[in-house]
Design a protein around this ligand. Structure first.
Ligand code: C2O
Ligand code: CU
Length: 464
């Protein structure tokens, strides 16, 4: 990705730690935020959904029954609670991707919580410390469960967020459907050993190229989450001024234009878009990767122009993520490679029965009673740098649970010091990711191309 800085001057506000702590403290003093909130009920369901221009697709999975899993809204520094009720024929859990929370709430079966069997429930409760765009999904039989629909977006609001004239949330994903609109095999082994198996029908919010109306000349906040199991996108906006404000739930140090911005499964982007003045003008968000560029969604300018200026968008507040101390940081080397070792498919949450990938030469065996040892044991509060090298010809969106890292350097390109939970590492790239091990427990680290995750490219770190 190229970083085109539009306004080097407009930096994000560096008011991190103080505000996060302050907010929680005020909440507690007032008493209202500390009260246990009414849990949101997320009941898994099997439904029919209209995903193609023909009859409905059967066996679509969701939370609730109203189509796409709901966009969950939480508030930074305020307690959130959800009850997962499992009404499908398969054990499940929920992982809150990118949210720094207690290990027990992280939703990884076997490692941190029991499977939630059919008819059972599990209560999740945590207080999101960071504002931004996140998402949620199962962490059991993920290729099927996510592939068939169980991916939803989370917005963590900050009362100090800049004001926009409109906000839209986009859940981007594909479906593997045949010509009859019904699910076909979720993966092909030969593709799992390469880029992963692509879906056949591409959607935004479960629609093909939906259009939304926004005030002409107004400022729009567009939150985008890639919840697909395979696809990497290259984003571009046509027809309006647009800035990338945040990536993976954290403000970018310097705003830049989305000019074929590469983001992989699990990643999120927030755009500030200044709508055109003229009523009826169309702004489009496109994926320009590969040979078949695709318009993902369009925004239509409505009404008389509000005449806003994109430079009026106030910077987002930095999240209270501890800063890595590079002088004391211990380095952890991590090599991503291909392998030909076989992995038995014996876990309740399913491995694919193939081993194609490995981290430090170890292919993850799945949720077996005898999991592989952690990649590293980290000391609570200490700084670490993961030096990750990609020895494969594919790109991998590598996701760390439970802690946010800072992108320090890459061997192949200039990088911004982004705070993130998912890094899309390119072939032959070496990247250094720094973080403070400030969250106790076992935290998964895996590729978010689910076929890669499920055929070996998974491991974990232990913070003690
Ligand atoms: Cu988005 Cu381990 O997951
Ligand atoms: Cu991968």
């Amino acid at each position: 990705m190229t970083l085109l800085t539009r306004r080097g001057l407009l930096k994000t506000a560096a008011v991190a730690g103080a505000s996060g702590v302050g907010l929680a403290a005020i909440g507690r003093l007032d008493g209202w935020a500390a009260a246990a909130p009414e849990p949101v009920v997320l009941q898994t369901a099997k439904i029919q959904a209209q995903l193609m221009g023909i009859g409905p697709t059967r066996n679509v999975l969701t939370y609730g029954s109203a189509g796409m899993p709901p966009v969950l809204r939480m508030k930074k520094g305020e307690p959130f609670a959800a009850r997962l009720v499992n009404a499908i024929d398969d054990p499940t859990t929920i992982h809150w991707h990118g949210i720094r929370l207690p290990n027990k709430m992280d939703g990884v079966p076997f490692l941190v919580q029991p499977y939630v069997y059919t008819g059972d429930h599990f209560d999740y409760a945590f207080t999101p410390p960071d504002a931004g765009t996140f998402w949620y999904h199962p962490h059991c039989n993920t290729l099927e469960q996510m592939g068939q629909g169980l991916t939803g977006v989370i917005v963590v609001e900050n009362p100090n967020d800049p004001k926009f004239d409109a906000e839209f949330v986009l859940n981007l994903r594909d479906w593997r459907l045949g010509d009859d609109g019904q699910f076909i095999d979720q993966f092909r082994p030969r593709d799992a050993a390469r880029t992963g198996t692509y879906g056949t029908v591409r959607t935004a919010n479960w629609h093909d190229q939906p259009q939304y109306d926004a005030p002409a000349g107004g400022l729009v906040r567009l939150r985008v989450a890639i919840t697909d199991v395979t696809r990497i996108y290259a984003f571009r906006v046509d027809g309006a001024e647009a800035d990338v404000m945040a990536l993976d739930g954290n403000p970018v140090p310097e705003l830049f234009l989305p000019d074929a911005l590469l983001l992989g499964p699990g990643q999120r982007m927030e755009l500030a878009i200044r709508m055109p003045d003229e009523e009826g003008a169309i702004v489009s968000l496109r994926d320009v990767r590969g040979t078949k560029p695709k318009i993902l969604t369009t925004l239509r300018a409505m009404g008389s122009s509000l005449r806003r200026d994109i430079r009026d968008v106030a910077p987002l507040e930095v999240n209270p993520v501890a800063d890595v101390d590079l002088t004391s940081a211990q380095h952890i080397s991590l090599a991503l490679s291909a392998t030909a070792e076989n992995i038995p498919s014996n876990g309740i949450c399913g491995s694919l029965g193939y081993g194609f990938w490995a981290i430090n030469k170890v292919p993850w065996p799945g949720d077996t009673p005898d999991p592989t040892a952690p990649l590293a044991e980290l000391k609570l509060g200490k700084s670490y740098v993961i030096d990750m090298e990609n020895l494969t010809p594919q790109s991998h969106p590598m996701h760390l649970h439970g802690m946010s890292f800072k992108v320090l350097s890459s061997s192949t390109r200039p990088v911004q010091p982004l705070i993130s939970d998912t890094y899309l590492i390119q072939p032959n790239e070496k990247v250094s990711l720094g973080f403070v091990a400030d969250n106790l427990g076992d935290w998964l680290l895996h590729c978010h191309i689910i076929e890669h995750q499920k055929s070996g490219m998974t491991s974990y770190v232990r913070v003690v």
